[in-house]
Ligand binder design. Structure first.
Ligand code: ZN
Length: 461
């Protein structure tokens, strides 16, 4: 249903005569703006000016220069009442209470009255497989009748089902579908997203996916971070011979992708029947040599030790962790690894949840993400993930918000530029039509985002 609303126009509302300027959806270089002389922001987006006033609650989620927030810091949201935000050239230039505002702006300066609504940082979805072809509602039906994800995978379903569709899809088709999802994600408040490859599992198809992701990165206003996960599953033509496939990844795929600079991260599905610890390590170490920082799908289905491997190779994040052991938590505690939890997967597959409480109490920085993909989480709603985190994982609404913003930015090595509303950071924020920030998780199943602001630009859908 949402696809219908996707052929959209983005408008910038300026408080000047004939007050609307319009440009085609999310083009990064809107020619209509050239004469306005707004320079591109650091992220490559359109850097614009905007004054937001009339904010009842400004939830900054400030980390005050720290890369992540841990323990009780995850509770401190840095809230200002009756506040305003000034965005200059796509960056946050001033935040404060309106009664402290003493600057003057030119008459034509763009502004928006939040009308007593809540403003918070745009969400950072740091783990998705959102570029895919085909869909898996058939598997959803089977699971509703008792089949498990692993049983379906053993019968040729799961990841390999999507691989078949992606291999025959054109780059253009992949981009088109993903672009529609990106639009709706922004409407739901996400302003930065990571997108993984991993449905090609063959040199040409993995490259096709990464090129498509990189083209979207240049074309869309959403900040997009590409990740290579050739080690997502062993492709069927290898008949379970993961060692031979791992050599293909380390000797051919990684050097090519690294030299072409197609991915910021290298990820591995470290799991029994997929890639064992030693194989995962080989892939991640090689990826690092070619400039791709490690990420790991760790301890999702079995307690294999992915968390310990994440600490050992200096991964930026260890993701999933539904079955992480005490030793795994201790290893994360001693490292800089962000624990990225995926509440939607446990909810959608009906399996156990990651021990969020134990991780947070141990001082591990926790992020949450959607893992949006056609098999194990067909949702890109970050607020929905927050609700599940609060109701099923004993996280507080404050922790869930921190985990969806600044800690999620850290899971992409970006917390110095996005994830919180602080001076100098990118002006990526949302105005939510709720009376209190807690409604974002509390009043679930609906979209509270009134406006999404990206690099100081109001997006209208
Ligand atoms: Zn994943």
């Amino acid at each position: 249903m949402f696809l219908r609303g996707c052929l959209l126009i983005v408008r910038l509302r300026l408080q000047m005569p004939s007050s609307f300027l319009t440009f085609q959806r999310f083009s990064k270089v809107p020619t209509g703006f050239a004469s306005l002389n707004f320079p591109a922001s650091q992220q490559g987006g359109v850097g614009l000016n905007l004054f937001i006033k009339g904010i009842s609650q400004l939830v900054t989620v400030a980390s005050n220069g720290k890369r992540t927030k841990t323990c009780s810091e995850m509770h401190e949201l840095g809230i200002l009442d009756e506040a305003g935000v000034l965005c200059l050239k796509g960056k946050i230039d001033w935040i404060g209470r309106m009664r402290e505002w003493n600057r003057s702006l030119p008459d034509a300066f763009p502004e928006i009255d939040a009308g007593g609504k809540v403003v918070m940082p745009g969400f950072v979805d740091s783990h998705t497989h959102m570029m895919f072809a085909g869909s898996r509602e058939h598997e959803f039906s089977l699971r509703s009748q008792g089949a498990t994800y692993q049983q379906i995978a053993e019968q040729g379903g799961g990841i390999l089902n999507t691989v078949q569709h992606v291999r025959v899809a054109s780059k253009r088709e992949l981009k088109k579908t993903t672009s529609r999802y990106l639009t709706d994600m922004m409407r739901h408040g996400t302003t930065t997203v990571e997108i993984k490859s991993g449905y090609g599992l063959r040199m040409d198809s993995e490259i096709k996916m990464l090129e498509a992701i990189n083209e979207l990165k240049n074309e869309e206003i959403m900040t997009i971070v590409p990740t290579f996960i050739g080690a997502h599953a062993v492709p069927p033509e290898y008949n379970g011979g993961s060692d031979v496939y791992v050599r293909k990844i380390t000797d051919e795929m990684i050097p090519y992708i690294g030299k072409k600079n197609l991915a910021a991260f290298c990820d591995v599905f470290c799991e029994k029947g997929y890639f064992e610890l030693d194989e995962a390590e080989r892939v991640l170490v090689k990826g690092k040599k070619f400039g791709m920082l490690p990420k790991i799908h760790a301890d999702e289905l079995t307690p294999l030790g992915g968390a310990q491997l994440a600490a050992k190779v200096g991964a930026v994040s260890a993701d999933h962790l539904e079955n992480v052991t005490d030793k795994g938590i201790a290893a994360l505690q001693r490292s800089d690894v962000v624990a990225t939890l995926l509440p939607g997967v446990s909810f959608f597959l009906g399996h156990g949840y990651a021990p969020a409480r134990r991780l947070i109490d141990a001082g591990v920085p926790v992020a949450i993400a959607t893992d949006f993909n056609p098999g194990s989480c067909m949702s890109y709603s970050m607020p929905m993930m927050m609700t599940i985190a609060c109701t099923q994982m004993q996280m507080t609404p404050e922790e869930a918000l921190t985990a969806s913003t600044v800690n999620a930015a850290a899971a992409l090595n970006m917390s110095s530029t996005v994830g919180s509303i602080e001076i100098g950071k990118n002006a990526d924020l949302i105005i939510a039509d709720i009376p209190d920030y807690r409604f974002m998780a509390y009043h679930f199943g609906t979209n509270h985002v009134w406006k999404t602001i990206k690099n100081g630009t109001i997006l209208e859908f």
